[in-house]
Design a protein. Structure first.
Length: 154
């Protein structure tokens, strides 16, 4: 690995401030990523955050009323987010800012029927089937188990 000269360090800072990422700079100079990171830190350059982030400057943010319209037309939070390159949480925040009523999560018919009790307190059909099968499967308490007899050896 080559030692970096002062000119190299200045070039690293210049390239980084122009938007080049640390890994690309490291590849160009034939050094490791941590070497570039430490060099920038020693030179007093603040590192940019990395990774995928969803954010918009207010000027670039899509209008809340457009998001509201799409949501009321039936589009999902994810579909709207993909359209505007936003996270579903950001779409939800936009809907809250406009006071848009949100839909509840949809349940599959099986899951809805399988709930133990509905709002009136009566058990659902799936719960009744489960209870009945449980009664058949287990003997009542206090009932002795039958001994299994082995055939006699002859």
């Amino acid at each position: 690995m080559a030692k970096l000269t002062d000119a190299d360090r200045e070039t690293i800072v210049k390239w980084y401030q122009e938007g080049m990422d640390m890994r690309s700079i490291a590849k160009e100079f034939g050094v490791s990523f941590p070497t570039i990171s430490h060099t920038l830190k020693k030179m007093g350059v603040k590192a940019r955050r990395s990774g995928r982030r969803f954010f918009h400057i207010d000027a670039d943010r899509p209008p809340d009323d457009r998001i509201r319209t799409l949501y009321l037309e039936g589009k999902s939070l994810r579909a709207i987010g993909d359209l505007f390159q936003m996270s579903p949480d950001s779409v939800m925040n936009s809907l809250e800012r406009t006071g848009t009523p949100t839909r509840k999560k949809k349940r599959s018919p099986k899951k809805a029927a399988g709930r133990a009790r509905d709002r009136s307190g009566d058990p659902g059909p799936e719960a009744l089937r489960r209870e009945e099968s449980n009664r058949r499967a287990r003997p009542a308490r206090g009932t002795p188990k039958k001994k299994r007899r082995r055939p006699k050896k002859t």
